[in-house]
Write a new protein. Structure first.
Length: 158
C-alpha cells in the first residue's frame, strides 16, 4: 500500500466547499463563510469511507465537553423533518481510542459521520482536534437523489 501525499486540486476544493457549505444564502446567492481552512490532502487506498483529521480553533472560549455536546446535538433540517433515509443522529462521537476506522465504519450505523479521538490541542487556546469518517458510497448520488425527493415531499413540493 502507498500514501500519495498530494492530490491535484483537492486542497483548494476543500477550502472552497467548506466555505460554500457553511456559508449563507443571501438574496439567492451563497455568501462565503470566510472560514480559514488549511487542508492537507493525501490518498490512501481503502474500498470506501473518507477519513479526515480536523483541527479547530474556536472564536469564543469552549470546553472539550461543550464541543462534544455540540457535535452530538447537531440536528439539521432533514433530521427535524424525520426523513426516512436520515439517521436520527447524523454525528456519533465515539469514546474508543482506536476509532473511527474506515473498515469498521459501517458497524456504527447507516448514513452517519463518526467522530473519534476528540481532544484539546495543547498550548493552542480554544484548539480542538478529532478524526472523522464518513462513507462516500452511502452518501452518494443515489441516496442524495432519494433524500432530495424526501425533502421535497416533506416541504410540500411534491
Amino acid at each position: 500500500m502507498n500514501v500519495y501525499p498530494w492530490i491535484e486540486g483537492e486542497e483548494a476544493k476543500v477550502v472552497a466547499e467548506t466555505n460554500i457549505l457553511l456559508g449563507k444564502l443571501v438574496d439567492g446567492r451563497i455568501v462565503d463563510a470566510g472560514i480559514d481552512v488549511h487542508p492537507t490532502c493525501t490518498r490512501v487506498y481503502v474500498d470506501r469511507v473518507h477519513t479526515e483529521v480536523v483541527d479547530v480553533v474556536t472564536e469564543r472560549p469552549a470546553t472539550l465537553e461543550g464541543v462534544r455536546v455540540a457535535l452530538e446535538g447537531f440536528k439539521p433540517l432533514p433530521q427535524e423533518l424525520e426523513m426516512p433515509t436520515c439517521p436520527e443522529r447524523p454525528i456519533l462521537v465515539l469514546d474508543e481510542v482506536d476509532m473511527p476506522q474506515p473498515k469498521l465504519h459501517s458497524s456504527k450505523g447507516f448514513m452517519v459521520t463518526l467522530v473519534g479521538r476528540l481532544s484539546e490541542i495543547p498550548r493552542v487556546g480554544n484548539g480542538f482536534t478529532y478524526i472523522v469518517t464518513s462513507d462516500n458510497l452511502e452518501k452518494g448520488a443515489g441516496v442524495g437523489a432519494v433524500q432530495n425527493a424526501e425533502f421535497m415531499k416533506a416541504k410540500g413540493y411534491l
